[in-house]
Ligand binder design. Sequence first.
Ligand code: CU
Length: 346
Amino acid sequence: MGSVNRRRFFQRAGLAGAAGGAALVGGKKLVSAESEHQRAGKVIVAQGARAAHGSAHGGQGAVGTVDHERNGFHPLEVLTDFDYGEVSKDVAGRTVRDYEFVVANKEIEIAPGVFFPAWTYNGRVPGPSIRAIEGDRIRVRLVNTTEHKHTIHFHGIHPANMDGIPGVGEVGPGETFVYDFIAEPFGTHLYHCHSHPLAQHIQRGLYGAFIIDPKKGRPPANEMVLVMNAFDTNFDGANEVYAANTVAFAYVNDPIPIRKGELQRMHVINVTEFDPLNSIHLHANFFNVFRTGTSLEPSEFTDILSFVQAERHMVEFTYQEEGLFMFHAHQTEFVDLGWMSFFEVS
Ligand SMILES: [Cu+2]
């Protein structure tokens, strides 16, 4: 699907400033955002009706709002809700973190009126942000409630039998498996399903952050997880919707609140299928880059960073002025199709 067709899709779907219309998602015809909201008896927030908002953000974003409650997760919460697991000690005195990940099919709203038949870990996209300290023992019990085989493949160092690939820790419908390994090395990592066909299992939503902190810690900061993802809503092998943490333009409607002068630490992870590159660019600021989060000292000071699929980096920055500051992919098409965000510094 070329960019022209993607534009048409978005016009039909009521995004990018166009009026609501019908969209084909997952092979079924969906009603427009407008009629959906009318049916639900809700007030339609049209572009013109939120003129102040629109002008503040240069008119970027989508017409209408996403029902985050229905999705069961909010992008603002996804940013900061690290999951430390159920913590105990094993006989050797090592910290053990137990998790249960249930794979379930779930329709999620990825842009106003645009629904996507996602495959989820614990009902959210991205899945829970696992967080541990290097040397901790991680035990993740995978429960598969779907009709397809799935795995969890962790990026990190672990034995072959814990790799989560077809034939090794892959679970069929109704089955379970426990991944059990030591968290190493410290850094910004990810996990994702590794069943075949791989692109399908990833782009459906089976991925998440896996953050391992260094034993000696890092300076205090406001920490956030930002998963750059995209959705092929008509299953033609190209993306129609782009986002940071799943919902297109989520942080345009709800800018990320941060404090002036406070160190911000963002774990940025690219899981975008079908496009070879994604990127992040901060406005009116520069950031320190800790590649893959595996060092304590930054290696670069820049305002743009590119990522191939599964590439992830930790970035640190501080805003010294109050106001709204844009950040987004620097692929213009991705911006127009949802990967646009704001910080609100106060
Ligand atoms: Cu899968």
